[in-house]
Design a protein around this ligand. Structure first.
Ligand code: HEM
Length: 425
């Protein structure tokens, strides 16, 4: 699901992906570049020219513009350009030549990776899915989430006075939420969670990760077949039976994988890094404990302030586009610097301050436009339940190591902490 953004991330200078001294602030290289304009040229390590967007308004303009594509199957992927294509694009960027080839490479797509699709294919799958995220289902899921959170806090308490919050709490909540969503049987959940954890962990050796990924694919294929036979009250059953014309098994498996890929690590890292940020800002944590009604605000503020998807959102121009007086030639890739756009001083007062009382203003953490996060209500519910239960049931939660020893996910597409050693009495 994340192959293309992961590749782009690998081709950025290290100071643009490594947060450096402060785990909560945008990478210093991105911060430095802000002064050079809200949209500015940026050369990747493979020599290809791209455009970096650091302004909120400009990011929204790109993401709302249908001349920019999300489709890396049809349109050139900047990380895979041939040297002559890099040359062509560079010439076009410099005002000579006519850009890279942007003619579609394939005419029809049969997969279900809708996050990397454009309308009308994206529209159909997105609509089908949105129809399944019903208010009734989300309400039922919310009460399950509370049970899951409380069970895991009790398990941590029962095991002693110390834990690594990531595997003990931050990962299981979204993982089990997705099990509920996809209707994974209770008996199969441990296996599902184990496979997912291995497949999504970049510290796992490649061959092992690949094997776990294949096993997960097989597992989900089996799940699709099971839902065809015997539908349940879950989203996957809904997709199997409600789509007209029906989706193929391959499409259904892909859609389930998109949900898993998009909804697992993201929320887990918001829970892990969000807890870390609150522990490091005791005044904010105290304000939240004193007035739990601030929680909804606090979640939006943490999403903005932490912007865990750093450089994961990008688009390809399918024709020449001028935005904020900057010309992006056809074939050019635009990379959204979400952490910086979410600290745009034109939109927030004192944007580098974490302030749970900050008046709510829409941010870019869930993206914008037609691909804006489909699971954002679920993610908010998971964060609300996860953080509220944790801070009320563990009033003296604290780190067991100095803050600068908490291992950061600088090398990962989705930023956060690898582990968060905590203690309580
Ligand atoms: C899309 C962020 C949680 C499902 C996106 C996008 C962002 C994002 C930035 C836009 C990508 C783009 O425009 O290229 C987040 C964050 C989360 C989160 C920060 C947690 C705090 C979830 C959850 C689910 C989910 C829990 C579902 C289980 C999706 C899907 C898409 C998406 C399916 C693709 C939508 C489309 O292409 O139309 N997310 N997400 N996300 N997200 Fe999330």
């Amino acid at each position: 699901v994340t192959e293309s953004p992961t590749q782009i991330r690998r081709m950025l200078p290290a100071d643009m992906v490594d947060r450096g001294g402060c785990p909560f602030d945008p990478p210093p290289g991105v911060r430095q570049r802000r002064g050079q304009g809200a949209i500015q040229p940026l050369q990747l390590l493979n020599g290809a020219p791209t455009w970096l967007v650091t302004g909120l308004q400009e990011a929204r303009a790109v993401l709302a513009d249908s001349r920019f594509s999300s489709d890396r199957v049809r349109y050139p992927d900047v990380t895979k350009l041939q040297p002559h294509e890099v040359e062509q694009l560079t010439a076009a960027a410099n005002g000579s030549g006519s850009g890279a080839t942007v003619a579609p490479k394939v005419e029809t797509r049969t997969d279900g990776m809708f996050v990397f699709m454009d309308p009308p294919e994206h529209t159909r799958l997105r609509r089908l899915l949105t129809g399944q995220f019903t208010v009734r289902r989300m309400r039922a899921l919310e009460s399950r989430l509370r049970e899951i959170a409380v069970e895991h806090i009790e398990a941590m308490r029962a095991a002693g006075t110390e834990a690594d919050l990531v595997p003990a709490y931050a990962l299981p909540i979204p993982s089990l939420a997705i099990c509920e969503l996809l209707g994974v049987d209770y008996a199969d959940r441990a296996e599902f969670q184990e496979r997912t954890a291995i497949a999504l962990n970049s510290n796992t050796p490649d061959d092992e990760r690949m094997r776990a990924g294949m096993e997960l694919y097989g597992f989900i294929q089996g799940l699709v077949a099971a839902k065809r036979d015997k539908p349940g009250d879950d989203i996957l059953s809904g997709l199997v039976h409600d789509a007209d014309p029906p989706l193929t098994d391959a499409q259904l498996t892909d859609v389930a994988l998109v949900l898993l890929g998009a909804g697992h690590e993201t929320t887990a890292n918001m829970l892990g890094l969000g807890t870390f940020a609150l522990l490091e800002h005791p005044d904010q944590l105290a304000a939240l404990r004193a007035d739990p009604s601030l929680m909804d605000n606090a979640i939006e503020e943490l999403l903005r302030y932490l912007s865990i998807i750093q450089m994961g959102v990008s688009r390809v121009a399918i024709e020449d586009v001028t935005i904020a007086d900057v010309k992006i030639p056809a074939g050019g890739t635009v990379i959204i610097a979400t952490p910086e756009a979410n600290r745009d001083p034109r939109h927030w007062d004192d944007p580098d301050r974490l302030d749970v009382r900050r008046p709510r203003a829409s941010h870019l953490a869930f993206g914008h436009g037609i691909h804006q996060c489909l699971g954002q209500q679920l993610a908010r519910a998971e964060m609300k339940v996860g953080l509220s239960e944790l801070i009320t049931r563990m009033p003296d939660l604290r780190l067991t190591v100095p803050a600068d020893q908490v291992p950061l996910r600088n090398e990962m597409l989705i930023f956060g902490v690898h582990s968060l050693p905590v203690t309580w009495s």
